[in-house]
Design a protein around this ligand. Structure first.
Ligand SMILES: [Zn+2]
Length: 545
């Protein structure tokens, strides 16, 4: 570059910049530019400049030179810039990964010049898959684009929204949390409040200047905002968003359409916009589920290792018009809804053992879900068994082994006190499974003994202040609590397809056979459930094979 005949210096490369001199001469384009309000309201202008090699460096225009330079500095314009103070790029959060950064001084010269070869400003989207694989730097600013899934947590202090956490899905199906604070949280909450079902799908959220915050139990791995430079955009009319939507369109849905239950539960939340298995449910490990103190709906990871042989066998006496159980009244079999049946209809109630990390919990597959997995109704299967000579209803057909599953993602209605949990939905998505395991690996290891449900119950019933639970910091207005409360009271569980039948207060039922009261009819109606002897003892076939 340097020529004995020339007095002017040639252009330096950004990649060569170090502290050996001040007199760097650069041909650059401003590819990022944001004002920063400092501690004492002193404003500076921060920029990222790029050269023809597409290398970038952070440059600061301090307050004292704002008037001199700011009027001529614009995003995407090209300039010749020379003479800077060079310092180490050692801030906690770095706008780019150059070892050094520049500061404009009284000696700096900036003139507008045309350098059309220098690439234009673009987003620096971080790949979700890389983040999940641990390939990220927590000290580096990144941009985020994803399809909004669900609000998983809100955090209020002194009546004001402090943070909001939601999940985003990328165009490859990876899901990551995004936790935004203060003004950004308010912006999101205001936007989500507008949801009325008419929003475009996917609802794309773009976060400029975010950073990746590593998992730190009980906090999951997430994107979070950084500084004044963070900008959150909802479905902005940008080419990048259009391209994202195009790619996202081809993505298969995470949730199997085995059960529509999730959509009914998700109506409890104004935020829920889909029937994704992650809808309106937080993740709890089996260990955490075994410690809850109130009924809740959650997503968990488990392996179904065996069928549990119980005294009621694999079916219950169901109604032919709904999923409730029936009992003999006079000469008719009646369900809770007073549907009349000539004969009870066998419906699935299959208890299994779910295991994860040595924690075992009982799950129940109810009628709809079992039938869709086994591809045969309980009545048909019973008939087949009888035709094959197996007339005892407690004989377990081999077909039921199909309910045994390798490790999968389950949405369940979890019950306290070691009662079996009802399976609401199963997802076959391996990316979702991998995501959840990566995101919550630490949570499972460290917080398994926290009585999570108890704390949630306390908050929901007695405290109006928010209580710190780390990531799961909740207040009485928390959206996930709204969902839980609705599950217990507002929703008519009887219309839910996977709803268990009404409790039978049979004298001779073993513990595992009793459907817990929380799955029963609503509290005000519970008195209609009468104590009767289990009718199947007199009516169902008794013949041993
Ligand atoms: Zn009925």
């Amino acid at each position: 570059m340097e020529d004995d005949e020339e007095v002017a210096r040639g252009f330096d490369k950004i990649t060569d910049i170090d502290q050996s001199k001040d007199v760097w001469v650069l041909a650059v384009r401003i590819v990022d530019l944001w004002p920063v309000i400092g501690k004492y309201k002193s404003e500076s202008l921060e920029m990222i400049i790029k050269d023809a090699e597409a290398d970038v460096i952070h440059i600061t225009l301090p307050k004292e030179f704002l008037n001199a330079f700011k009027p001529q500095l614009f995003l995407n314009q090209t300039y010749e810039m020379e003479n800077f103070k060079v310092s180490n790029n050692d801030s906690v959060v770095k706008a780019c990964d150059h070892r050094f950064r520049l500061t404009i001084t009284g000696a700096t010269v900036i003139s507008k010049q045309d350098f059309p070869d220098i690439p234009m400003a673009s987003f620096n989207f971080k790949d979700f898959g890389e983040v999940l694989d641990g390939k990220y730097r927590p000290d580096l600013v990144v941009d985020v684009i994803g399809a909004f899934q669900d609000v998983t947590n809100t955090n209020r202090g002194n009546g004001r929204l402090r943070s909001i956490t939601f999940t985003l899905k990328d165009a490859s199906g990876n899901i990551l949390h995004c936790c935004l604070w203060d003004d950004h949280a308010k912006l999101c909450a205001d936007e989500f409040d507008k949801f009325d079902g008419t929003q475009p799908q996917p609802f794309v959220i773009l976060v400029k200047h975010a950073r990746v915050k590593p998992e730190q139990a009980p906090y999951p791995l997430c994107f979070t905002n950084t500084w004044d430079g963070t900008r959150v955009m909802f479905n902005p009319p940008l080419l990048d968003v259009a391209l994202f939507k195009e790619k996202f369109k081809d993505l298969p849905s995470d949730a199997l359409s085995l059960s529509q239950t999730a959509s009914q539960y998700s109506q409890a939340s104004q935020f829920s916009q889909n029937t994704d298995i992650m809808s309106n449910a937080k993740f709890l490990s089996l260990a955490e589920i075994s410690n809850i103190s109130q009924e809740l709906s959650c997503v968990t990871v488990a392996e179904i290792i065996k069928l549990n042989a119980t005294r009621h066998g694999w079916t219950y006496d169901g109604c032919n018009q709904c999923t409730r159980s029936v009992k003999l009244e006079g000469d008719k079999w009646m369900c809770y809804h007073k549907h009349k049946n000539d004969e009870p209809l066998p419906r699935y109630k299959v208890e299994v053992t779910a295991v994860h990390k040595e924690e075992k919990i009982r799950f129940i597959f109810w009628d709809d879900l079992s039938a869709s997995i086994l591809k045969i109704s309980a009545a048909e299967l019973r008939k087949k068994m009888v035709r094959a000579g197996h007339t005892n209803p407690r004989t377990y057909p081999k077909t039921l082994d199909k309910l045994l599953q390798k490790k999968k993602v389950f949405k369940i209605k979890a019950l306290p006190g070691g009662n079996p949990c009802s399976v609401l939905q199963v997802s076959d998505s391996e990316p979702l499974l991998a995501n959840l395991e990566k995101q919550f690996g630490l949570v499972e290891a460290s917080s398994s003994k926290e009585p999570l449900g108890l704390e949630m119950a306390d908050i929901g019933t007695s405290s109006k202040q928010s209580v710190s639970l780390g990531f799961l910091e909740l207040s009485s207005k928390d959206t996930s609590m709204v969902a839980v409360e609705s599950l217990c009271g507002e929703n008519d569980l009887s219309v839910t397809s996977s709803t268990p039948p009404a409790k039978r207060l049979s004298m001779d039922d073993t513990d595992s056979e009793v459907v817990p009261a929380t799955q029963d009819v609503q509290p005000t109606q519970r008195s209609t459930t009468k104590v009767t002897k289990p009718p199947r003892n007199t009516k169902t076939p008794k013949t041993e094979r």
